[in-house]
Design a protein around this ligand. Structure first.
Ligand code: LLP
Length: 445
């Protein structure tokens, strides 16, 4: 298993992160436990900030969908990043954390009237408008409130990039954005310019997630700037901001070779400058929206081993006290992870086992066929690269409470998310009067 960030092994043979012994963390905070390596999180934020804002006019917008809590908002703010929210709930979190609204970008393909109003009233920086209906809704609400709103239009450039390949056609078939190829993107520009309470600042696209190749970003820049040129010719509108979305891949398991953050900047910045020149446009402000590549490598999850079931000649299932409720990615996407036994780091790996979750679902498997030291109940399993899209996709399936989350930094561990209690699980449950148990007391007989 690759030791990332501040991970190391101490003399006791225990996994250490942020100078904290993970076996002690498990004892103190219980498991499953999300552990955020604050130094790594901040370092990734800084790498983005430096790679982009030192070299050109740029904003780095952290994608809150990857990992968001009040404390995370504080870290993101302190590191000088902006924040991408995609729902009223994410915006509410940012508001409650006191995150500056002048640094909020509001995404979403189906923002409700309430969400749009919330954004207008909060005075967020930019709406990323996904479709023409949203343009009209926003215009109506902004004019009712006597406000001007600044927007980017989300376009579908006809590129779809995934981990190891990318396709340049076919992406018109997406629930997101206005396709350039169908003419809807140009219609969006024309309508936005016509609406008096809307100010069209720029264009946005997001070409995928967990991307290992960089050329698709340069292609996206070319396609969007070519479109900006066509829009200028057709309407006179000039692009000020170009948002190329997020998507940079990270290391999850052997074979993953993600590019560096600096490599992404060195692809995007020259490409935008080059194509702006080629299409005789001013160089726009460059925006990027990383989520996974900041939060992902910063998080590990700790579990405790429970039942071990060996089916002779077939397989050994090692069940842990979490699973698809705290990390849906293996069950949903077949996502691969590495893991280690946090209390047996000095022991040689000799046994092939499969790590299972505790949900009533055969598909609730965390890792198939992993070679580990001999395991026993109460061993602590650590799964790295679990900072992104784990807590934010967590559920209460089987009425399992969601785990706690802590930050670790220089030997200090601090709770940033309380473990859910059973009381939390029934907090919103209601028994209608008619279903109430009739309590017959002596007096009522
Ligand atoms: N911007 C937009 C418009 C996005 O849709 C996304 C991710 C991002 C930025 C951030 O992308 P990142 O840098 O994190 O790749 N649940 C999936 C990932 C879904 C990504 C959705 N959009 C997973 O667990 O792999």
């Amino acid at each position: 298993m690759l030791l990332q960030g501040t991970m190391r092994v101490n003399d006791a043979g225990h996994l250490v992160i942020g100078d904290c012994d993970t076996v002690e963390l498990a004892r103190e905070f219980g498991t499953p436990l999300y552990v955020l390596d604050e130094q790594t999180f901040r370092a990734k934020c800084r790498a983005y900030y430096q790679a982009f804002t030192a070299k050109t006019n740029a904003d780095v917008i952290y994608a809150g969908k990857s990992l968001l809590t009040l404390a995370i908002c504080r870290l993101v703010e302190e590191e000088g990043l902006c924040l991408d929210v995609v729902s009223g709930g994410e915006l509410f979190t940012a508001i409650k954390a006191g995150f500056p609204m002048s640094r909020i970008y509001f995404h979403g393909n189906n923002k409700s009237v309430e969400e749009l109003l919330m954004g207008i009233e909060a005075g967020i920086h930019r709406f990323i408008v996904d479709n023409i209906r949203e343009l009209y809704l926003l215009q109506n609400l902004a004019s009712q409130k006597g406000r001007q709103v600044d927007i980017l239009l989300r376009l579908t450039p006809g590129i779809e990039a995934h981990t190891h390949d990318y396709i340049k056609t076919g992406q018109i078939d997406s629930k997101f954005g206005l396709a350039i190829a169908t003419g809807q993107a140009m219609e969006g520009v024309r309508e936005a310019l016509r609406l008096t309470n809307i100010r069209l600042r720029g264009l946005h696209c997001h070409i995928g997630s967990q991307i290992f190749e960089l050329e698709p970003y340069a292609d996206a820049a070319r396609i969007l700037l070519q479109f900006a040129r066509e829009a200028k010719d057709a309407t006179g509108w000039e692009i000020e901001e170009l948002n190329l979305g997020g998507g940079l891949g990270i290391y999850y398991a052997e074979g993953d070779r993600p590019p560096e953050i600096a490599d992404l900047a060195e692809t995007i910045i020259p490409a935008v400058h080059k194509y702006a020149r080629e299409f005789s446009l001013p160089v726009p402000k460059i925006l990027v929206e990383p989520g996974r590549s900041i939060a992902g490598p910063s998080g590990i999850t700790l579990y405790t081993v429970g039942t071990i079931k060996t089916i002779p000649g077939i397989r050994t299932y090692v069940s842990v006290d979490g699973g698809m409720t705290d990390n849906l990615r293996p069950a949903l996407y077949g996502a691969r992870y590495e893991a280690c036994v946090a209390n047996k780091m000095h022991m040689p790996s000799s046994h092939t086992v499969s790590l299972a979750g505790k949900c009533c679902e055969s598909g609730d498997m965390l890792i198939w066929d992993i070679i580990m030291p001999p395991l026993e109940p109460d061993d602590i399993i650590a799964v790295p690269s679990t900072g992104a899209y784990t807590y934010t996709m967590a559920s209460n399936y089987n009425r399992i409470p969601r785990p706690a989350m802590i930050t670790v930094l220089n030997g200090q561990a601090e709770l940033i998310l309380k473990r859910e209690s059973y009381d939390d699980l029934i907090r919103n449950d209601i028994i209608p009067e008619r279903l109430m148990r009739k309590v017959t007391t002596e007096a009522s007989k």
